[in-house]
Each structure stands twice: as C-alpha cells, then as structure tokens.
Design a protein around this ligand. Structure first.
Ligand SMILES: [Cu+2]
Length: 94
C-alpha cells in the first residue's frame, strides 16, 4: 500500500492546505515547528490531535467522498492554519 499523502505543519501554516486523496486513503500530518492541533469533526472522521516538536499523526481511512475541513484550534485566528482534505470527487458540488 502506498504511503499516506502528507501535510507539513509549521508556524503558522498547513502545507499544502488542500490535498486530494482517493477514497479509503489516509493522511499524515507532520509537525515541523511549534505546537499545533489537527482538529476535525466531519462525517465519521473525528480528530483532535496535539502535535508538538518532532511529531506526526496519521488519520483513519477516509471512507466517504467529500470535503473534510480542519483547523488548528491554537491558532484559529490564523488564515493559514486551516486546511481541507478532499476525498475522491468530493468537491464536485462546491
Ligand atoms: Cu497552529
């Protein structure tokens, strides 16, 4: 199985902010600097991970098509501390 798509987490940005994966794939968030959260509650995916220093978190499989938005709750005011995981053609209605 392929490695999960990954997103870098640093002050104060998720890179890339938008990724597309296939249905059933996972996403890995890799912390680069600072302390951040990856917080999401959409469809059946619920995450509230705190990442500090050298750390990463891999999601459960995204089983349903759709757009899954997430934020860093510590930097909610920051434009770039939010992101989207698009599963399959989940954004075709947007
Ligand atoms: Cu943050």
């Amino acid at each position: 199985m392929a490695d999960p798509e990954s997103v870098k987490v640093k002050n104060f940005e998720f890179t890339p902010a938008k990724i597309r994966i296939a249905q059933g794939d996972k996403v890995k968030w890799r912390n680069v600097e600072g302390t951040h959260t990856v917080t999401m509650d959409q469809r059946e995916i619920e995450m509230d991970a705190i990442l500090s220093g050298d750390a990463d978190i891999t999601s459960e499989k995204f089983k349903k098509e759709g757009v899954y938005k997430y934020v860093c709750t510590l930097h909610i005011e920051s434009e770039n501390m939010k992101g989207k995981v698009i599963v399959g053609d989940g954004d075709r209605d947007e």
